[in-house]
Write a protein that binds this ligand. Sequence first.
Ligand SMILES: [Zn+2]
Length: 340
Amino acid sequence: MLKLTELNELPQGFFALKSPRELHTLMPNPTLLHLQGRHGPCLFVSVLLHGNEDTGFFAIQQLLRKYQQQPLPRSLSVFFGNIEAASFGKRRLQDQPDYNRVWPGGDMEDCEESRLMQEVTDIMADKGMFASIDVHNNTGKNPHYGCINVLDNRSLQLARLFSNIAVFFETPRGVQSMAMAAYCPAVTIECGKPGVSRGIEHVLEFLDAALHLQELPDHPLPPHDVNIYQTVARVTLPEEHSFSFNNPQADIQLLPALDRYNFSELPAGTVFANTAHPHARLQAWDDENVDVGDHFFTRENGSIELKLPLMPAMLTLDETIIRQDCLCYLMKRLPLEHHS
Ligand SMILES: [Zn+2]
């Protein structure tokens, strides 16, 4: 039975933890930690919604170490999500749903994980939040960027504090930042690969800056200050086809080093894969979960290539992640002046 633990102080031994694999020894359940600061309302931060994505955990550990002898500039609530998967170094366990698809507003069926996220959301909505930050890593070569689900000035200001690249998306639903956007400016930050110290430092600086903010201004960002992209499709590999980056027997052979295309604006005709199979294709899912793969990709002499100029993000070379989640997202650039 999944149970939420709420704490009002940091458990003994937290600073001695060498990795989130050990976190379950102090926090056996998903845990919501409330720490009092000089001002309210609190900043809400979630980490380890994906158990292998450790940057947020290490950044929180360093942030709290910094404020051991002095009060936090602002109250802080931290949600440590999939501690169980973290103890195995996994995104999620085989029998678990994705902890970042089960927040209120999602279309997953009711389950104990969705009830837990509802409980966390209700507690935080009751307390009131200044802003919400959900910390993630990804597996390919990606710059650091923020994702928002509402295109308003305050959300963009929050995202801009982290990076000059912002991604606006409406699906997948059931993500933390979409649930929290109903109550405060909310951002999902993507901080590159796990276990990289530069990523931890960047998140630490961002969280510290967010704790020091008096307010999130409601005026537009200067033009050219931020690049905003909107996801238009999520690309997957059809279940019925095998795929590989290096096995020439697979139905679909993805190009090696495909992840170098991340955040590059690609021309039409850019090749993603080769195939000898007569029906092999890439699927692309729009916001209504309709497969629009034939709108974005075309087959040309045994190659699967882009039909339109677009920019991919989160392209990964990890075959397990591709099956569990997706190959990449496709994005188009949005003009800033539309969002004042
Ligand atoms: Zn993640």
